[in-house]
Design a protein around this ligand. Sequence first.
Ligand code: F6P
Length: 341
Amino acid sequence: MRIGVLTSGGDCPGLNAVIRSVVHRAVVDHGDEVIGFLDGWKGLLEADYRKLDLDAVGGILARGGTILGSSRVQPAHLRDGVERARGHVADLGLDAIIPIGGEGTLKAANLLSQAGLPIVGVPKTIDNDIASTDVTFGFDTAVGVATEALDRLKTTAESHQRVMVVEVMGRHTGWIALHSGMAAGAHAIVVPERPFDIEQLTEIVGERFSAGKRFAIVVVAEGAKPRPGSMDLEEGGVDMYGHERFAGIGNRLAVELEHRLGKEARPVILGHVQRGGTPTAYDRVLATRFGWHAVEAAHRGEFGMLTALRGTDIVMVPLAEATSTLKTVPADRYDEAQTVL
Ligand code: F6P
């Protein structure tokens, strides 16, 4: 069999573990040939690829990022994108393509699959918001990074009697905010699924200071929004010393809380640090299992499917089902966390 693999969309710790696993299972166990397209779908559309043998994947299990590179180019965005992909698959004699990606990548995978290409998808995202899989690799690593940051911020917040507003990734869902906030014992967690009320948030943080505590930690997902009429999000703002602050939910909340509470507040935007560096053991194992099962599905001719974790099992799920909706944080998880607004 000849298999093409690619990584597309925002990178995430564990991508290299999948690539390595695909090569080990396909080349060593099945005697297949594997090529890796460079920079995501772009590599497939431009027939830009490299051969992946055992040497090529040596020592990459613990390495963050992706040895193949990634981009946000989608076949549907380009004129003749689907036809070009189909032509290159035929020219290269590929029997299967394994795209590893998040929501956008898997939608493109579904499109190509419906156009008749032999696709087996592998889900990835630190956001953990892909429906059909209980967990995506990268999430555990991101939560670990965010939790360590929150733990560290507590000591400096306490020294200065400050409110730390920590913005974590999560454009549409609050999984990283929820888990890191719970793990670090944050005093308030703000997620996109539940628009927040600035009065309520101010009250929660204010009560902490009234009770004699010296600091407060607020975790906010980057996609969190205020309830309509609760707070103007568009404007940036100035702090209580008249210094300009940037717009963006973390910055805006810090400025707003500082003014409302008369306590110094500092925004900390964790950003891409959550996506960088070595994957945790959990993510390496999940990524390795996904790679192994993707090769097996290709050998069974089970195309148009996606590897997924259900409980402790890896199962195959139709791509169309996996991309139809996002996995948001269910309301009962807010109750468990106690500090979700
Ligand atoms: O989807 C993963 C993710 O890390 C989001 O959490 C974040 O909003 C986005 O990607 C950032 O994308 P980029 O790398 O293009 O800035």
